[in-house]
Design a protein around this ligand. Structure first.
Ligand code: NDP
Length: 309
């Protein structure tokens, strides 16, 4: 019998207790799953940000920390974490992100606001271009970015993506590294940010790089708030260089009530809901890694601590 510590806020335990126990059983793992153990008796830690566990030193027997979230910025730099760290790659979350990104890109592509909000007797047709004439760039071609790129490609959009290393995705123009950055931004009528927050991606979208984007471009950010220099974005919105920003993530969450973003008509704020980790599918991912650990197979979705994601 192994011990799996669920180290997250109590309300998560209410959601996860049954699916996690079911998933472990279905994976053929006999485990005690609890929110409290003596640290030296713990074999795996299922972790979510804001957990009470911050010092991993006493967890001497622990074989892996299994993060419930895709983003690992709150834990990856923890010096006491010497065991493998696995992040969440959850089919349910990927599906949710595809739906959210496609929805918000379509809103901007079709100019839905103009037609839905402008019910004032003004009959001025604004016919949107076809998807094939709209260039969308996805920054980040990982689990989520590549799924969104493929979904938008399948709708007919002219899609490019940008990543750290070279990629090959059918029907998507794949750019990478410093060399590809300017090309990626310069063709972005609609820019979707699906990068992790790391030292290398913080403030990626600064004033200079925003100026590389086409005038009137739109930004959709379900990645992380610090990817954007907020003052630079507000400046670009003020000048009209950027027409609209749909922002799901922020440096400080909840976004403070007096933050200028709330007052901008051409900013849409959503409260970090682009895609949640789904309890059933993510429990299955956790259980699979525990199973792997127990039979000596390599863990999946192991975080590259040097790269920070
Ligand atoms: P992945 O790790 O699978 O993908 C990350 C992508 O970013 C990869 O393509 C990677 O390049 C690229 N990348 C990382 N650093 C750089 C860099 N310095 N320069 C260029 N490209 C870089 O992550 P996911 O797709 O699973 O998730 C992406 C992010 O989405 C998460 O980190 C999280 O912040 C956010 N997220 C937001 C949610 C929400 O509800 N708003 C929900 C879930 C996730 P390469 O392929 O070369 O490694």
């Amino acid at each position: 019998m192994i011990n799996v510590l669920f180290a997250a806020k109590p309300e998560r335990w209410v959601e996860y207790e049954t699916p996690l126990k079911d998933a472990l059983e279905a994976a053929g793992v006999t485990a005690n799953v609890q929110t409290k153990f003596a640290p030296e008796e713990v074999d795996y830690i299922v972790y979510a940000p804001n957990s009470a566990v911050q010092d991993f030193t006493p967890y001497t027997r622990c074989k892996a920390v299994l993060n419930l979230w895709a983003g690992v910025e709150s834990i990856v730099g923890n010096k006491t974490l010497t065991m493998p760290l696995c992040r969440m790659v959850d089919p349910g979350m990927t599906q949710g992100m595809k739906e959210w990104v496609v929805g918000h890109v379509m809103r901007h592509h079709l100019g839905m606001d103009r037609n839905i909000l402008g019910q004032n007797g003004d009959w001025t047709p604004h016919v949107p271009p076809l998807a094939q004439d709209r260039r969308v760039t996805i920054m980040g071609l990982g689990e989520l970015g590549s799924a969104c790129a493929e979904a938008l490609r399948d709708l007919g959009f002219d899609v490019a993506g940008w990543s750290r290393r070279a990629k090959d995705i059918t029907g998507v123009t794949c750019l990478h590294g410093d060399d590809g950055l300017k090309t990626a931004l310069a063709r972005a009528d609609i820019l979707v940010l699906l990068l992790p927050k790391t030292a290398a991606t913080e403030n990626l979208l600064n004033a200079e790089r925003l100026s590389w984007m086409p005038k009137g471009a739109m930004i959709v950010n379900p990645g992380r708030g610090p990817l954007i220099d907020d003052d630079a974005l507000l400046g670009a919105l003020n000048s009209g260089h950027i027409a609209h920003a749909t922002l799901d993530v922020f440096r400080v969450e909840p976004l403070p009530k007096d933050h200028p973003y709330w007052a901008y008509p051409n900013v849409t704020v959503t409260p970090h809901i682009a895609s949640e980790t789904r309890t059933k599918t993510s429990s299955e991912v956790v259980a699979e890694n525990v199973r792997r650990g127990e039979v000596g197979e390599p863990f999946v979705h192991v975080v590259d601590r040097g790269a920070g994601y």
